[in-house]
Design a protein around this ligand. Structure first.
Ligand code: GDP
Length: 525
């Protein structure tokens, strides 16, 4: 039973640069899967986010944002879990960690812009985990870049072979459709978003005279390119795709519902079901009957006064039933799961029972932390939840010294939640905050004020990079720490960190201390 349910799960995230069309594509995917009302709430969320850059407004929307950060739909016999990754405004470390909870990623790129900076950062995380990536090249109804150039750029950015499954004919006003290289047929483009793309007109065969007749301007070029692609691009290998060595490419226009169904079909036929996960103790198979899961994201919920948070749990094995008792591995505490959050789903009954691959949201008041493992009692600790070395640092001071206890508490809790990284300098003094995205500081200052009653003064710190440090010989580590004490700080789990103001400082340290390892990433363990 569990095995059957696991086999039909597909859990993935869409990654893209802002404005490439992620929201539009998400909506269309939901539309095809028959979850139209969900599509509306995706749009509502986006509208609210764009209406203002003010964090307070964003906060008002946190209710919606919790609900729509995981969407579930059924299509072609599969249960698809789609995890949202935030765009630029609220970009933070969260996004990275969301990618550890998925089994595949869908990269959306704007055909006019190619692979952009934000996408690259996310791709790095996928690559580090060999996550299979599907690629959708969007906005072919615009004047865009030459598709052959785009393929080239994608291959270089992903460092993997790109295998086109469809190929566009023309672009912009002259966009005529896409040619399906596998089916050997062309789907004719018609603008408009009210129609589903299975109503599209199809012309069979690359050399069908009808193609040349009707699309005299673009036909020859498309035919040549398709011949070229067929000759030059590697055979698609499912194994290579699953190993993160090949990405299938689809062209289309999300806003026109064009090319979207191919992506959905590819998701269910090509993307993998949940696989085994590593814990310190052993490998855990998804089809094991007993429940296990890992907290990969914590989000503060609507009511700041109650400090309620939702822990997002990726189920790693077995079956979840609402109300079951789960044990937290870190402290052997049991939690009840009556109030588990219903993520957006088109079917009510999917919410009370969940299987490996699904995401559940457990409301709590701080019992659950990032990286926590939940089981039915077995002692397990999943590994692999990454913390990334911050790229921006600020010092934090307090206006009213009487509130320093609240500041400590607030920072400890926000740190546990992963909203920010808090470092305690070796020599004492003011705490140091580290983040990957600048908005994280704004959020923290706002929440310190509203949830903990603390007016915190944040100021830029002199540091620009941090590396966690380890050594095989603890004496060597101590020697390093003593010698560099003014550049050492400890993170939330007391792991020592080396701080530098310039890249050169780091290189010098690396050169002179061969027995010390400097890490960009720390895994929760
Ligand atoms: P996100 O920031 O990645 O979620 O992007 P959105 O889905 O909000 O899209 C950004 C803008 O691009 C919006 O104005 C969309 O209407 C537009 N857009 C999305 N897909 C297409 C497309 O296929 N063609 C054109 N011309 N515009 C599109």
């Amino acid at each position: 039973m569990v095995g059957h349910e696991v086999a039909r799960r597909r859990t993935f995230a869409i990654i893209s640069h802002p404005d490439a069309g992620k929201t539009t594509l998400t909506e269309k995917l939901l539309l095809f899967a028959g979850a139209i009302h969900i599509a509306g709430s995706v749009k509502a969320r986006k509208a609210s986010r764009h209406a203002t850059s003010d964090w307070m407004e964003i906060e008002k929307q946190r209710g919606i944002s919790v609900a729509s950060s995981v969407m579930q739909m059924e299509y072609g016999g599969c249960v698809i879990n789609l995890l949202d990754t935030p765009g630029h405004q609220d970009f933070s470390e969260d996004t990275y960690r969301v990618l550890t909870a998925v089994d595949a990623a869908l990269m959306v790129i704007d055909a006019a812009n190619g692979v952009e900076a934000q996408t690259l950062r996310l791709l790095n995380v996928c690559r580090a985990r060999n996550t299979p990536i599907l690629t959708f090249v969007n906005k072919m109804d615009r004047e865009v870049r030459d598709p052959l150039d785009l393929i080239d750029e994608i291959e270089r950015a992903l460092n993997m072979a790109a295998v086109p499954f469809t190929w566009p004919m023309g672009m912009g006003r002259g966009f005529n459709g896409v040619f399906d290289l596998r089916r050997d047929s062309m789907r004719v483009f018609r603008p408009g978003s009210d129609r589903l793309d299975d109503e599209d007109e199809v012309i069979e065969g690359l050399n069908n005279p009808e193609i040349a007749e009707r699309f005299s301007k673009n036909a020859a070029n498309m035919q040549q390119e398709v011949e070229l692609i067929r000759g030059a691009s590697p055979e698609f290998s499912h194994a290579a795709f699953l190993a993160g060595q090949q990405t299938p490419i689809f062209f289309g226009s999300a806003i026109n519902n064009f090319g979207v169904r191919e992506v959905l079909e590819a998701l269910i036929h090509l993307a993998p079901p949940p696989g085994p996960r590593s814990a310190l103790q052993r490998q855990v198979q998804p089809s094991e009957p007993k429940f296990s899961g890992v907290v990969f994201k914590i989000q503060a919920n609507m009511n700041p006064a109650h400090r309620d948070r939702i822990a997002f749990v990726r189920i790693c094995s077995g079956r979840f039933e609402r109300g079951m008792n789960l044990r937290v591995g870190r402290n052997d505490k049991d939690i009840r799961t009556n109030g588990v959050v219903s993520f957006l789903s088109q079917r009510r009954d999917l919410l009370d029972i969940a299987y490996a691959g699904d995401i559940i949201g457990i409301p709590n008041h701080g019992t659950l932390q990032l990286g926590d493992t939940l089981t039915e009692g077995e002692q397990l600790q999943f590994t692999g939840l990454p913390f990334f070395a911050p790229e921006i640092f600020q010092t934090v001071e307090i206006a009213d010294p009487m509130r320093s206890k609240q500041l400590k508490l607030g920072l400890a809790q926000l740190g546990e939640e992963g909203a920010i990284q808090v470092f305690r300098p070796h020599w004492g003094g003011t705490l140091l905050l580290g983040a990957v995205g600048a908005l994280q500081f704004e959020v923290v200052a706002h929440r310190l004020k509203h949830e903990y009653g603390v007016e915190a003064r944040l100021a830029p710190a002199k540091y620009q990079l941090a590396r966690w440090i380890t050594a095989d010989d603890p004496r060597e580590l101590k020697r390093f720490i003593d010698t560099n004490a003014h550049r050492i700080a400890y993170d939330v789990v007391d792991a020592p960190t080396f701080l530098a103001s310039y890249g050169a400082e780091l290189s010098v340290a690396e050169e002179s201390w061969k027995n010390i390892r400097f890490h960009r990433m720390r895994e929760h363990a």
